[in-house]
Design a binder for this molecule. Structure first.
Ligand code: ZN
Length: 187
């Protein structure tokens, strides 16, 4: 692969919507130079910031790339570039591949030379407001996402199901609760 200067994009200023748009154009040009648009499973259409804060980014098969607004104002430039390339890779290989080997091989190729520190990911997490996400598991092992919380509660940490004493969520009897990071790394 030819040399690709990611570093030219990394700015000293906090991330703005304009910068994300500029970075996206750069990433698209980079990927188009390797895979012409005609080879993409889905074409790129729009970029949005409103929507789920659950992931760093997400993408739909209509070509809409969503970036978590928690990136804005941080210095997580490399993490954002990685997220953009991740979402673009989904468009190239097709969403049906999810995160399988086909996806991973393409992503590795397209993100060559890009790295980011855990510190950048932490900046985005901290900018989200919520630290944790509460997850309930019902008696059949299905999980229910109960959304973001600032701190963990003993009432949920110590919860134990008993036939005489249990909690219900959305009409389902709950076997256990647990907390995960508010923004999942499985984006
Ligand atoms: Zn993904």
């Amino acid at each position: 692969m030819q040399g690709f200067l990611w570093s030219s994009l990394v700015s000293q200023s906090p991330i703005s919507k304009e910068w994300v748009q500029e970075a996206l154009s750069y990433c698209l040009d980079h990927v188009y130079s390797i895979f012409p648009q005609s080879q993409w499973a889905h074409s790129y259409r729009t970029l949005t910031f409103d929507g789920s804060k659950r992931c760093y980014g997400s993408v739909s098969n209509c070509g809409n790339i969503h970036i978590n607004p928690a990136f804005l104002g941080t210095h997580a430039h490399s993490k954002l570039l990685i997220t953009l390339i991740h979402e673009i890779t989904h468009l190239v290989v097709g969403l049906r591949h999810k995160h399988n080997q086909v996806f991973k091989a393409r992503f590795k190729q397209l993100s060559q030379g890009l790295q980011c520190s855990d510190e950048e990911a932490k900046q985005v997490l901290d900018n989200n407001g919520y630290k944790h996400r509460l997850i309930a598991t019902d008696m059949e092992g299905k999980t229910i996402d109960l959304g973001g919380v600032l701190r963990r509660s003993k009432a949920y940490i110590n919860y134990q199901y008993s036939p005489l004493r249990y909690r219900k969520v959305k009409g389902r009897v709950i076997q256990s609760f647990h907390y995960v990071d508010y923004v999942s790394s499985e984006y």
